[in-house]
Design a protein around this ligand. Structure first.
Ligand SMILES: Cc1cc2nc3c(=O)[nH]c(=O)nc-3n(C[C@H](O)[C@H](O)[C@H](O)COP(=O)(O)O)c2cc1C
Length: 237
């Protein structure tokens, strides 16, 4: 594992003036870009220029036929953030009050830690300096599967690139989708034309408290791979 910790901007890239070279190795960024909730710095402002720089890099992501069918609603106004956070909270309460899967399974210590982390974000989302809502063109609910796959594939790589760019600069985020249960309400708040654009999630953005993050527990690649032909065999246990 490469140990280099983040050293924000050290040099501009000649090939792409909007980009920066950081001291963080790409593999290191890939294995340490976590869902950050409790370590979001709620006190340190995030300049718009930093968000734009990360987004500019993210827009290099692959997308179907290079149509770039995305918009990015960036919320940094305190009142607007508070209203968006209220929708997020209400969506979590919807889930909690109904049968079905939870955001975190509290039956294990790891699940309890995750539940506490999720609860922290829920309680503090309005205090996170910037909230980003990526939006993809079209209403995907009623589209054929091919179109859905193409559209999601035309926004989600850019979102992940955005999170990596944040990480390389000492900022963090957490992928969240729970508010999509109340997508129409968020669309009304943010003025997104609901019938023409689909929201992909909501991404809190802040500097992180400390920049050291550990790789997550994940299964082994060998256990989820079949070469040349599908194997239904369960090798995970
Ligand atoms: C599609 C998707 C939806 C998610 N939705 C939420 C969410 O609504 N709220 C939240 O706090 N975390 C959410 N997460 C974050 C996951 O809980 C987190 O990625 C997972 O626990 C693994 O942690 P890691 O990303 O640090 O490895 C979501 C992640 C993904 C990929």
């Amino acid at each position: 594992m490469v140990a280099a910790e983040v050293q924000p901007t050290v040099a501009r890239s000649a090939a792409f003036p909007g980009s920066v070279r950081t001291a963080m190795d790409l593999d290191h960024a890939l294995v340490t870009t976590r869902a950050v909730r409790r370590r979001l710095d709620l006190e340190r402002p995030v300049p718009r220029a930093v968000v734009l720089e990360c987004l500019q890099l993210a827009l290099q992501a692959p997308n179907g036929s290079n149509t770039q069918p995305w918009r990015w609603v960036i919320v940094d106004d305190p009142a607007q953030r508070a209203a968006a956070a209220a929708i997020y909270r209400a969506a979590i309460d919807d889930v909690a009050s109904r049968p079905g899967p939870r955001l975190a399974d509290s039956s294990s210590p790891a699940g309890q830690r995750l539940a506490a982390s999720v609860a922290h974000l829920k309680d503090n989302l309005h205090r996170v300096p910037v909230l980003v809502v990526p939006v993809v063109r079209g209403r995907l609910d009623s589209e054929p599967l091919f179109m859905q796959a193409s559209r999601w594939g035309s926004i989600l790589p850019a979102v992940w690139s955005f999170m990596l760019a944040l990480r390389a600069r000492g900022l963090g985020s957490a992928w969240t989708t729970i508010h999509i249960r109340r997508e129409r309400q968020m669309a009304e708040l943010l003025g997104i034309p609901y019938d023409e654009w689909t929201q992909a999630g909501l991404f809190p953005v802040a500097y992180t408290i400390g920049t050291e993050f550990r790789p997550a527990e994940r299964g082994r690649a060998e256990d989820v791979v079949s070469w040349n032909r599908w194997s239904g065999e369960d090798r995970s246990g």
